[in-house]
Design a binder for this molecule. Sequence first.
Ligand code: DGL
Length: 271
Amino acid sequence: MQQPIAILDSGVGGLTVAKEVMRQLPRERIVYFGDTARTPYGPRPAGEVVRFTEEIVDYLVQYDPKLIVIACNTATAFALEHVKKQVKVPVVGVIHPGARAALGKTDSGVVGVIGTDGTIKSRAYETALKQLSPDVHVVSQACPAFVPLVEQGNFRSEETYAAVRSALFHLREYPFDLDCLILGCTHYPFLAETISEVMGPRVALISSAEETAREIRSVLQEQGKLAATRLMPVHQFFCSGQPVMFKFIAQQWLGEHIELTPVVWQVSHIG
Ligand code: DGL
């Protein structure tokens, strides 16, 4: 069986990246892990996010992946360098691809970033954006209410609209010409319609998924490891929490039936 690409997130968020990988690289087999028992990662201390990410990587290594994607901005901000030391295969995060995509889009040079508390406090986007373009003006906003709404499958309700409107108030009223907004959490593309309604048509929404999938392709190409098979791959999905909602959201988002295996974390993992 061909070696898979391993994709991980705190929950359903990384499915936004998985979907783009399936679109751009349809021959690649994916093993996906959503740590729904311990979501959200955003409010957790950095050390805990590092430990959780390393535990998931340990779990996924048994499937012999040829590349690992940390499809979670919070885990990318805190654990990317740790995971690179943990494994021998290439590891791709989502923050640099998101920053590159935004810089390719902005005309005004004023870029908004929304993400979890952890991602925004880490200033990882600001650092990545300024490394690539020192003159860019970055305005950031943590939106801790969004991930729980997405994990509940609550994408388009009045409650969601009110939460998005209130979280984005400052960015909407921002006095400079903010023309693009990085969805700096892989859960946020699920709320893209509502976010776009609130921000208005002049603000382009940037998800790192497309650019991350492009990076995956170029890393695999360089290594001569792009899937050569003609058979369509059978993906595997794992989640550590209650499987019903995960499966419902995954099938709706991906538009196909998925094989889901619930994983029972030891109590020591949860505590
Ligand atoms: N989807 C994740 C991210 O991109 C994690 C969100 C969370 O668990 O708080 O940051």
